[in-house]
Design a protein around this ligand. Structure first.
Ligand code: FEO
Length: 169
């Protein structure tokens, strides 16, 4: 059975993953307003991934004999200066999430919960991929600057991203 401290840490992280889903949904709406449908697609995949991250922890807590209780989700930001500003925000946010996964692993170590440590390894690897993928788009946006034709070319590229349901754990 999962210990109380570990359960509380997972419940907090479920809330943060659901907030991530909400934040990317807000970014999806921002790009829809700009008619950048490739960016809309990229955010839509992100939304689905965050939902899967939250549900992975939700199911894990239950599997370990714990109890899930949900808290309110914070209001996400809903305006940005430009696509570059959005992706700088995404990278900051993902770096924050990485720090939280590390904090969860600290609790797993402290409480000698090896099962949770193994489970969280997946999330840590996922964060490395997330930061790399976001960093890639961010680097392209920096190169693009004010070039609208290049921005539309990137939009076309981002339209090809597809969601693959992750196998967590
Ligand atoms: Fe669930 Fe983007 O980290």
């Amino acid at each position: 059975m999962i210990n109380e401290k570990m359960q509380a840490a997972f419940l907090d992280q479920i809330n943060k993953e659901l907030f991530s889903e909400y934040l990317y949904l807000s970014m999806k709406a921002y790009f829809a307003d700009l008619n950048l449908m490739g960016f809309v697609n990229w955010m839509d995949v992100q939304v689905q991934e965050e939902h899967a991250h939250a549900m992975g922890m939700f199911d894990y807590v239950i599997e370990r004999g714990g109890k899930v209780t949900l808290e309110a989700i914070d209001k996400p930001e809903n305006s940005w200066k430009c696509p570059l500003d959005v992706f700088e925000h995404v990278l900051r946010h993902e770096e924050f999430v990485t720090s939280r996964i590390n904090a969860l692993m600290d609790v797993a170590e402290e409480t000698k919960d090896r099962a949770s440590l193994i489970f969280l390894n997946w999330y840590l690897k996922e964060q490395v991929e997330e930061e790399a993928s976001v960093g890639g788009v961010l680097a392209q946006l920096k190169l693009i600057g004010d070039d609208k034709t290049a921005l539309l070319a990137l939009d076309k590229e981002l339209a090809t991203r597809t969601f693959v349901a992750p196998v967590i754990g």
